[in-house]
Ligand binder design. Structure first.
Ligand SMILES: Cc1cc2nc3c(=O)[nH]c(=O)nc-3n(C[C@H](O)[C@H](O)[C@H](O)COP(=O)(O)OP(=O)(O)OC[C@H]3O[C@@H](n4cnc5c(N)ncnc54)[C@H](O)[C@@H]3O)c2cc1C
Length: 437
């Protein structure tokens, strides 16, 4: 039997899953073997994680099981964590798979590839801040988001009990979020939405006034990616909800009780979240010579091929792509991962046919930040709006929601994607407002 052309994609996230679907749909299983490797069994779109954390979204309803997805779209799925790349022998090294009790289910193994696409996303960068790893939650994946939600619900229950027993008490749930970018801002607003909802579900002595959220940002203002006017509108909206927005505060330590700033402030917090930056995924057994930047992201050429190997591509958050004429890499965004998946798809086809490859062009369609049901702010970019246009309110909310809908269509195709969108609307009516378990 002639060997099939083996294309391995590591990471089934915003970019990788779309790519696996398109390659699977294009080639099927006849002469090609499209393999997706992911350390999780299911995919949840990362920009939804703050809603999962606050409980306003039930991830069980929105996640995609890789096994059923691959069965439908003609690729194979391997459950495992990438540990390293053996460039010379064209193999990826997958870590041993352990059961909950530590017993080995699958030993460390290797998967051969003819073409490799690295799409592992990123992890939170705490810049080595003292105590951050031990005391903060990082919203890197669903497990962390679930952990945050459980902690939040437990603290809300504690406060509710204390207040029920002694109404003269002033018990509060204190949350500190480090990082005033989109993730931190969206989480802060979503927490107020969740706290308001808890009243309906049995925590009578609890409402959003029992929540103390502090958003700590090292820069002079929150949302540096948005125009100043929109950042000011978001600050105003957050402060109206009750969030304390502390800008110009560099965090130097996190203790079990508090966030400590360089200026010497101690911000007491029951739950601490670090959402202040990203870096490449560490690969414990990687001895490959593939070039990485100082954040551990794979350096790629404009074709999204790694600098060292024509047959190894990297896309999304795990790559560093500085396009000609620019001095900064493409930002780590879902829209960038989506666009890169399209270019890698086209370039894999070109490469296999021996045709010249195309360069990646990033179309920044703007940034939108959801302040839960309270507001949405952002800016749209493009010819349609004549450059850059600031938007707020319902229109911004509609566009924000459309981003996830587009992802659903990219991952499931038009028919299934549209059906899932319709089911989402029904669920919004018939399901509880909050996930309480
Ligand atoms: C809370 C939050 C809100 C955000 N909001 C927005 C937003 O509103 N708009 C926007 O544009 N962007 C937003 N982002 C950023 C956006 O989610 C990322 O830029 C985007 O998901 C990157 O896509 P990706 O395909 O590179 O990686 P990801 O979507 O992160 O996918 C990476 C995949 O790789 C898998 N993986 C990781 N390590 C390994 C390994 N060693 N072995 C095997 N598999 C591995 C993971 O399980 C995951 O499935 C947000 C991020 C967060 C955390």
């Amino acid at each position: 039997m002639p060997k099939k052309t083996q294309i391995v994609i590591v990471g089934g996230g915003a970019g990788g899953l779309e790519l696996a679907r398109r390659l699977g749909a294009r080639f099927g299983r006849k002469n090609h073997d499209i393999i997706l490797v992911d350390k999780n069994r299911t995919h949840i779109w990362k920009p939804l994680l703050h809603e999962v954390a606050a409980g306003s979204l039930d991830a069980n309803l929105d996640e995609v099981g890789y096994r059923s997805h691959c069965h439908r779209w003609g690729y194979r799925y391997f459950y495992g964590r990438l540990e390293g790349v053996n460039v010379e022998q064209r193999r990826v090294v997958i870590a041993p798979l352990l059961d909950e009790d530590g017993s080995e289910l699958v030993a460390r193994h290797e998967i051969r590839f003819d073409y490799l696409v690295l799409a592992m996303g990123s992890v939170t960068n705490d810049f080595g801040t003292l105590g951050a790893r031990e005391n903060c939650i990082y919203l890197d994946d669903r497990d962390q988001a679930d952990r945050f939600r459980n902690k939040l619900l437990n603290h809300c229950l504690r406060v509710s009990r204390t207040m029920a027993q002694d109404p003269t008490q002033d018990a509060r749930v204190r949350v500190a979020i480090v990082g005033g970018g989109a993730t931190g801002v969206e989480l802060a607003a979503e927490l107020y939405n969740a706290a308001a909802g808890l009243r309906y579900y049995g925590l009578e002595v609890f409402d959003e006034k029992r929540l103390d959220v502090t958003l700590v940002e090292a820069g002079p203002r929150i949302l540096p990616a948005l125009p100043e006017k929109l950042a000011a509108a978001a600050t105003h909206e957050l402060e109206a909800l009750g969030v304390r927005v502390a800008v110009g505060q560099q965090v130097c330590e996190v203790t079990p009780e508090a966030i400590v700033t360089k200026a010497g402030d101690h911000i007491p917090a029951d739950i601490k979240v670090w959402a202040a930056g990203v870096r490449g995924v560490p690969l414990p057994r990687d001895e490959s010579p593939l070039e990485r930047n100082r954040l551990g992201q794979f350096v790629v050429r404009p074709t999204l091929q790694t600098t060292l190997d024509d047959r190894i591509f990297a896309l999304g958050d795990c790559c560093s792509c500085v396009l000609p004429g620019h001095d900064r890499p493409i930002p780590p965004r879902a829209q960038a991962a989506h666009q890169m998946a399209e270019t890698v798809y086209a370039n894999l086809l070109h490469l296999m046919k021996g045709e010249p490859l195309q360069d990646f062009h990033y179309h920044d369609h703007g940034s939108l930040v959801s302040l839960s049901r309270y507001s949405t702010v952002g800016s749209l970019m493009g010819n349609l709006v004549g450059g850059r246009m600031a938007i707020e309110g319902r229109l911004a909310r509609f566009v924000y929601m459309s981003l996830y809908r587009m992802h659903l269509i990219a991952v499931h195709g038009w028919l299934r994607g549209a059906t899932l969108i319709a089911i989402g609307h029904v669920n919004a009516i018939v399901r509880p407002r909050l996930k309480l378990h």
